[in-house]
Design a binder for this molecule. Structure first.
Ligand SMILES: [Zn+2]
Length: 251
């Protein structure tokens, strides 16, 4: 709890990142969550790792040990042989209860607009997972509006626009959310005035907080707590939307 609000951080990573050299363990995450008053975190593998299966195992073990604090997300190269992709995703759900599948367009090179990417979104649906997609850096495939195509094709699927377009494509993310009710926006990296702009067009029960990296956690929470909006809207952004998207149908 932070200032009387429950907090569900929907964007954290543990493991070792090959592209940055960053390392962060489950114990460090839990310690930092306690320090910052975060009740639950969605834990995602770093975008580039040595071994996806091992990254899932590390997160899975942490989720099983702390089911009241952590939820897990799968992230793997979509262009491995399709049966391998399906098997690993199924394993993540059956063994660890993961509730989301992450797309990293800047590293995966998958175009969400193309029908060739259908298998990715269908695999998430089959495993009752939401899709979390990085947006912003990594054009052209990380443009938020490209996600409108799978959102239209799969109305039962929830797609989370991570970083809400990364500031520069904020309006593109708002368009996507305005036209597709199953698109929700995660607000990490936006400035407070950007968030107010988003909130003027998209209801708070379709917005969620994320930190991405531990040094940003306090700022990301403070950003929402400091907004001149109702407590009810803050409750949705800090916790309610994420509970509905990641835990709701499974509860
Ligand atoms: Zn991230």
């Amino acid at each position: 709890m932070k200032q009387g609000f429950r907090v569900f951080d929907t964007h954290t990573h543990i493991g070792t990142a090959r592209h940055t050299g960053r390392r962060y363990s489950a114990d460090e995450l839990l310690r930092d969550m306690d320090r910052s008053g975060i009740d639950r975190s969605l834990v995602i593998p770093f975008p580039v790792v040595e071994n996806n299966r091992e990254a899932h195992e590390m997160i899975g073990k942490a989720v099983l040990a702390h089911p009241d604090r952590l939820s897990g997300t799968a992230c793997l190269n979509p262009f491995i042989p399709e049966p391998e992709f399906q098997d690993e995703l199924r394993r993540c759900r059956e063994v660890y209860g993961f509730c989301a599948l992450k797309l990293q367009p800047q590293y995966h090179g998958l175009n969400p607009f193309s029908e060739r990417s259908n298998f990715f979104f269908e695999a998430a649906l089959e495993n009752r997972m939401a899709v979390v997609c990085h947006t912003g850096t990594g054009l052209p495939f990380s443009l938020p509006s490209l996600l409108m195509m799978p959102a239209r094709r799969y109305p039962e699927l929830t797609i989370v626009v991570a970083h809400c377009g990364g500031g520069i494509f904020l309006h593109d993310a708002m368009v996507a959310a305005s036209f597709c009710p199953n698109i929700v926006l995660e607000l990490s990296s936006l400035m407070p005035h950007h968030i107010m702009e988003v909130m003027a067009h998209v209801a708070a029960d379709r917005l969620m907080i994320g930190s991405d990296l531990p040094e940003s956690v306090e700022i990301e929470i403070g950003k929402i707590l400091g907004l001149r909006v109702s407590d009810d809207e803050k409750r949705w952004v800090l916790d309610g939307t994420a509970n509905r998207v990641f835990l709701g149908p499974r509860a």
